[in-house]
Design a protein around this ligand. Structure first.
Ligand code: C5P
Length: 230
């Protein structure tokens, strides 16, 4: 299981201070989401890579649009020197296929994940939108993503195990991780590190429990140590 840190703080300076304090951790994943990318764009990505070229970047923009627009956006994303990005599975099979076909034309492409159910949804809210339970729909969405050549899915730790067991090698990335049982905040389906590991999660995304902690660099160290020992 790998750690992916959500860089969702209010300014580039705060996020980059955190990134700098973690400069020694080769291979650590940094999640750049709406807040940071909309505000700080390409400069932010380039600066993270300049701090340590071995940091990995997950661009969490959750694309959702018509197939051609998504494929065009995916090609622009691939030109950004990032390592992974995501789309909404509910954009459908045609969008997934068009986008993956376009990316396959590149010498090297980033990993592509499909969002199944946002981890902030509880079952009632999810059912009101999608007409099925999270469990059911996560399986359908994962099948769709797998059949259309994506590399994995974004799902909560609660869905990860079943999805992994059905398709070994297909990646799962789970937000809503509260490493040592911290407050769930607006997340509904949260898991600690132990549960994430038992659920075969490949990437554990952690935001507020790290950047809102008293000493974020120390918290990261503790999380990494705990991940190794599990
Ligand atoms: O602060 P916290 O650890 O809850 O951050 C979780 C991060 O993961 C946020 O950046 C949020 O946008 C993102 N995310 C999520 N649920 C998803 C996909 C992404 O919480 N399904």
């Amino acid at each position: 299981m790998e750690l992916c840190i959500a860089l969702d703080m209010p300014s580039a300076a705060e996020n980059l201070n955190l990134v700098e304090s973690l400069g020694e951790y080769d291979g650590l994943w940094m999640k750049v989401g709406f807040r940071s990318y909309i505000r700080d764009g390409r400069y932010f990505i380039d600066t993270i890579k300049s701090i340590n070229p071995n940091f990995k970047i997950f661009l969490d923009l959750k694309l959702y649009d018509i197939p051609n627009t998504m494929a065009d956006a995916a090609m622009e994303i691939a030109a950004l020197d990032i390592d992974m990005f995501n789309i909404h599975a509910s954009a459908g099979a045609k969008a997934m296929k068009t986008l993956m076909q376009r990316l396959e034309g590149l010498d090297e492409r980033p990993l592509v994940l499909a969002v199944t159910a946002l981890t902030s949804f509880d079952n009632d809210e999810f059912e009101a939108i999608y007409g099925a339970s999270i469990e059911e729909k996560a399986v359908d969405f994962a099948s769709l993503a797998y059949e259309n050549g994506l590399d994995g899915v974004v799902c909560s730790a609660f869905e990860s195990r079943a999805l992994k067991e059905a398709r070994p090698g297909f990646l799962t990335l789970s937000p809503g991780i509260r490493p040592f049982g911290e407050d769930a905040q607006d997340q509904s389906r949260v898991a600690d590190l132990k549960m994430a590991k038992e659920s075969l999660v490949d990437f554990a995304v952690i935001g507020r429990p790290i950047y809102k902690s008293e000493n974020p660099a120390r918290t990261v160290k503790r999380v990494l140590q705990s991940m190794e020992s599990l």
